[in-house]
Write a new protein. Structure first.
Length: 573
């Protein structure tokens, strides 16, 4: 007759086997030597073994070969310790090693109990491979640019901080190159953002091709990239890298049926952790890049002591500009513009002046800062309103002899879609005659990457009746096609061309060509910067219409200008 105790034990064993076979958890049972006694179905499926293959095998078989010896020691220590269990959440994740060589990430817990004079070990595991991949992907998305796959600002700052900390120990400099593409806006505007995105990917690849294996190429935003180089001994090596980048980026890009070109302006900062924080180093490189933009683009510029001083000055000026309007710190002066044939005042250029804490700040210093910070928009509106006010006043004073008022219009102001509407409201508010106001633009506003969008705004301004002039004409950005297509009334020949008259034969040919071109298009020709009688004598032969410079009048306050005009009108009477 069967022993009831044996029957009961068999029933229990069968029940345990069924529980192990259906439970989702991965369970492996071993003896105290780590030899597998039992592995449930989930464990067999995960590791790719049959139950027969696992039974009798060491549990270390399920770990990568390089981990097995270490794991055997840890298992022995656990058996000999007073601990009876270690939960999954108390341990770091471990790597599992499948039959086909696949690595999986696991959380593992272990417990032990006595069976006779032997320890039985029960290992429970959870496959967290998918979760880890998801975490890694989320981390990657938070630290990398979605379009190019390059490190984003967050990761760049992290690596730059680490590099600067290392520089304190290894006494070697860190270099940061701030790269801003020239002409990229034109690609987006003409060919769409999809094409622009593909170009950015190509640029990212070209940058990666130029750097050393340990360097970081990142994308800050838009068309701004950085390159981080560590352990720099010779600055000339970074200059060579910048030149290679310039050369690589300017190569033609073939995309679909398009042949496209971009160049880059690069600012470079070299230093160590005692000189810079990560943010300060990026700002310095950005300042140097902006300096390169001002110098003509498609090149590189180091951030040096002079640029450092300029950066500090720009910060002071930037803070001051935000308060200048409300504190009524701006004023205007007027430089008369003379008719070449009669030598009578025909117009006046309104020149902006700023007095900061009792000291005059040169427009050559504060205007670029205003453009960079966006303060040029409210300042430009203030200047236009002032010109309208004085034009209205002058028209009441001198009727048909009223001189026109010329003001400088920043290329950045043309980015304002509401510029024409804003000017129209000011014209109506002040009652100014738009025909008596000339908006002077530098040729920078006619550069290829901005001319298409700027053309629309210029036509809107001309439709208001305002006159458009191109200042300092001949620097190389304009084309004949642009002059024909744009609503331009005047060309102004700049002081640098006039200064060259006395010692460069080419300057005479140049001025003569501009005058001939302008008159053939029905434009007025204005020469500015005339300071000597010799310059005036040379200019007589070219047939210019208007002339401006210290030889006739320096910039003056409005009351003085009114006195000069009153005297002129009285003489005419």
């Amino acid at each position: 007759m069967p022993d009831p105790a044996m029957i009961y034990k068999q029933i229990i064993n069968d029940a345990v086997q069924k529980i192990l076979s259906v439970i989702d958890s991965i369970i492996i049972v071993t003896n105290e030597k780590g030899i597998i006694i039992e592995a449930n179905r989930s464990a067999c499926q995960l590791f790719g073994y049959s139950p027969e293959e696992l039974a009798g095998s060491p549990v270390h078989l399920l770990l990568p070969p390089s981990y097995r010896e270490q794991h055997a020691d840890a298992l022995e220590q656990f058996v000999q310790s007073p601990d009876t269990q270690r939960h999954r959440h108390q341990r770091n994740s471990v790597l599992g090693y499948c039959k086909d060589g696949t690595l999986i990430e696991l959380e593992a817990g272990i417990a032990k109990f006595h069976a006779g004079d032997q320890w039985i070990l029960v290992v429970t595991m959870l496959d967290i491979t998918l979760r880890k991949h998801q975490e890694q992907e989320l981390l990657r998305q938070s630290t990398h640019d979605a379009l190019t796959g390059l490190p984003n600002r967050k990761l760049i700052l992290e690596r730059l901080n680490h590099a600067l900390q290392c520089s304190l120990r290894n006494k070697l400099n860190v270099a940061l190159l701030f790269i801003d593409l020239d002409g990229f806006k034109l690609i987006n505007d003409n060919h769409g953002h999809e094409t622009g995105d593909e170009i950015l990917k190509i640029i990212a690849t070209r940058l990666l091709d130029q750097v050393r294996p340990g360097d970081t190429v990142g994308r800050l935003s838009g068309d701004e990239f950085v390159v981080l180089c560590e352990q720099i001994e010779k600055p000339e090596l970074i200059a060579n890298l910048a030149m290679r980048i310039n050369d690589a980026l300017k190569e033609m890009i073939q995309y679909q049926e398009l042949n496209l070109f971009v160049t880059a302006s690069i600012g470079i900062t070299i230093g160590h952790g005692q000189q810079y924080t990560a943010e300060a180093m990026i700002r310095s490189a950005d300042t140097a890049m902006y300096e390169m933009k001002q110098r003509g683009r498609d090149g590189w510029q180091f951030f040096n002591d002079q640029l450092q001083w300029q950066a500090q000055q720009k910060n002071t000026i930037s803070l001051g500009l935000h308060r200048a309007l409300e504190r009524n710190e701006f004023s205007s002066v007027f430089q008369p513009i003379i008719a070449f044939d009669t030598k009578r005042i025909a117009g006046a250029e309104l020149l902006l002046r700023w007095n900061l804490n009792g000291k005059a700040v040169s427009p050559e210093i504060f205007i670029p800062v205003a453009e960079m910070t966006g303060m040029i928009f409210p300042i430009g509106e203030w200047v236009f309103r002032e010109s309208c006010k004085v034009q209205t006043d002058w028209r009441q004073r001198w009727k048909e002899e009223t001189p026109y008022v010329a003001i400088n219009l920043s290329a950045r102001q043309l980015n304002q879609k509401q510029l024409a509407a804003s000017f129209a409201a000011i014209l109506q508010e002040t009652g100014a005659d738009p025909a008596g106001i000339v908006l002077e633009l530098t040729e920078m506003a006619l550069m290829p990457d901005v001319i298409e969008s700027n053309s629309t705004i210029l036509h809107q301004l001309a439709d208001l009746g305002l006159q458009i002039a191109i200042d300092d004409f001949g620097k190389g950005y304009s084309s004949l096609a642009q002059l024909i297509q744009l609503p331009i009334s005047q060309l102004k020949i700049g002081k640098s061309s006039v200064d060259s008259l006395e010692n460069q034969q080419n300057a005479s040919v140049f001025i003569d060509a501009i005058v001939q071109l302008g008159h053939s298009l029905g434009l007025q020709l204005v020469v500015e910067g005339v300071e000597t009688e010799a310059q005036l004598a040379k200019l007589k032969r070219y047939g210019c219409d208007l002339i401006q410079g210290h030889f006739f009048h320096s910039p003056m306050h409005e009351l003085n200008f009114i006195q000069h005009m009153n005297h002129q009108v009285m003489k005419n009477d």
